[in-house]
Design a protein around this ligand. Structure first.
Ligand SMILES: *[C@@H]1O[C@H](CO)[C@@H](O)[C@H](O)[C@H]1NC(C)=O
Ligand SMILES: *[C@@H]1O[C@H](CO)[C@@H](O)[C@H](O)[C@H]1NC(C)=O
Ligand SMILES: *[C@@H]1O[C@H](CO)[C@@H](O)[C@H](O)[C@H]1NC(C)=O
Length: 298
C-alpha cells in the first residue's frame, strides 16, 4: 500500500517534470542562412484567452506587440522594415537575418497571467565555402586507380577510387559542418555542407581514366612500336644493301668474262647511287674477285 503510493507519487512527479520541460524550457532550434528569412510559428492552435501577444528577442525587446481587443500590432522600430506578423495565426517572419540576430525568440501571452507559448533558438550562419577536390593521380598497370584529396575550411579527406568500383563514402563532421567524399559511376564528388547550405566539387573519373589509358598506351606501346619499326627498317636496309652488293659483284664477274666496258659503267653508276659506303663496296669487289680490270675500275 505504502509502496504503491510512493510509486504513484514518483510517476506523477515524472509526468509533471515532462510537462514543465516541454512547456517552459524546450527550445526549437532553427538555422538560417545569412540574408535569408525565417518564419516562427506559435506551434499551437489553442490559445487561452489573452490581452496581449508578444514576440520578444533575448534583449527583451518586443519585436511585435499584438493587442487582442483592438487587433492592432506594434512592431519594434529596429525591426520595422523586416518583420511580418500574421494576426490570424500569430506567425512572425523575420527577413534579411544577420548573424547578430542569432539568439532566443519567445512568443508569450499576457492575460490573467503571463504564459510562454514557444521559444526558438535561432542561429544565423553563413553558407559553406565550396570544397576543393584535387587529384593526386595514380595509374597502376591494370586499372585506373585515382587517389585524391578533398579540402574544406575545416577538414581534409583523402581516398583512392578504382574505376568501376566505388569505395564506400568517407564522412567527417564537426558541429554543424560535414564533408562527404563519395563516387558515382562517372564522378568523384565532394560535398561540403552545414545546416543551411551545401556546395560540391566533382571530377569526371571516367574521362580522367580514359585520358590516362590513352596516355599510357601511347607511352608504353609507342616506345615498342618505335623499336619494332627501327628493327624492321634496319633488316630491310641490310637486305637491300646486301642485294646491291651481290648484284654489283655478279655484274663484275660477268664483265670480266665478257670484257665489256659498258657493264663496268653500269656498276659504277650503281655504286654511286648507293648512299654512304661506296668505298666498302668497291673494296669488297676488288678483294672478292681479284681481277685486274675490276680492281682498276673499282
Ligand atoms: C500563418 O499565416 C502565414 C500567412 O498566411 C503563413 O505563411 C504561415 O504558414 C501560417 N502559419 C501557420 C503555422 O499556419
Ligand atoms: C601511387 O603513386 C605513388 C607515388 O606517387 C607510388 O609510390 C605508389 O606505388 C602508386 N600506387 C599505385 C597503385 O600506382
Ligand atoms: C550534399 O550534402 C547535403 C547534406 O548532407 C545534402 O542535402 C545534399 O543533397 C548533398 N548533395 C549532393 C549532390 O549529394
Amino acid at each position: 500500500m505504502f509502496v504503491t503510493m510512493a510509486v504513484d507519487h514518483l510517476l506523477t512527479s515524472f509526468i509533471l517534470l515532462l510537462i514543465s520541460n516541454t512547456g517552459f524550457s524546450a527550445e526549437i532550434s532553427v538555422f538560417v542562412q545569412t540574408g535569408d528569412s525565417v518564419q516562427l510559428d506559435i506551434q499551437t492552435h489553442e490559445l487561452l484567452e489573452f490581452d496581449v501577444l508578444s514576440w520578444t528577442n533575448d534583449k527583451s525587446e518586443n519585436i511585435v506587440r499584438f493587442i487582442h481587443a483592438s487587433k492592432t500590432e506594434k512592431p519594434h522600430p529596429s525591426y520595422k522594415d523586416r518583420v511580418d506578423f500574421n494576426d490570424e495565426n500569430f506567425s512572425l517572419t523575420l527577413k534579411n537575418m544577420q548573424k547578430t540576430d542569432s539568439g532566443l525568440y519567445t512568443a508569450r501571452t499576457i492575460g490573467e497571467s503571463e504564459k510562454i507559448i514557444v521559444t526558438y533558438r535561432v542561429s544565423v550562419i553563413d553558407a559553406v565555402e565550396a570544397p576543393v577536390l584535387t587529384v593526386k593521380s595514380n595509374w597502376s598497370s591494370d586499372s585506373c586507380l585515382i587517389s585524391f584529396t578533398c579540402r574544406s575550411h575545416e577538414f581534409t579527406l583523402s581516398s583512392a577510387f578504382k574505376y568501376g568500383s566505388c569505395s564506400p563514402e568517407e564522412v567527417t563532421s564537426h558541429e554543424i559542418y560535414t564533408l562527404i567524399l563519395y563516387c558515382s559511376e562517372e564522378s568523384i564528388i565532394c560535398n561540403h555542407s552545414n545546416t543551411v547550405s551545401w556546395k560540391e566539387d566533382r571530377i569526371n573519373i571516367k574521362r580522367l581514366c580514359e585520358d590516362n589509358e590513352r596516355f599510357s598506351i601511347e607511352t608504353h606501346h609507342g616506345l615498342s612500336m618505335f623499336g619494332l619499326m627501327f628493327i624492321v627498317f634496319g633488316v630491310v636496309g641490310v637486305i637491300v644493301f646486301s642485294g646491291l652488293v651481290l648484284y654489283c659483284c655478279c655484274k663484275n664477274n660477268k664483265g670480266v668474262k665478257q670484257s665489256d666496258d659498258t657493264d663496268y659503267d653500269d656498276v659504277e653508276t650503281l655504286t654511286q647511287k648507293m648512299t654512304g659506303d661506296t668505298w666498302t663496296t668497291i673494296i669488297y669487289c676488288t678483294v672478292g674477285h681479284q681481277t685486274p680490270s675490276s680492281a682498276h675500275d673499282c
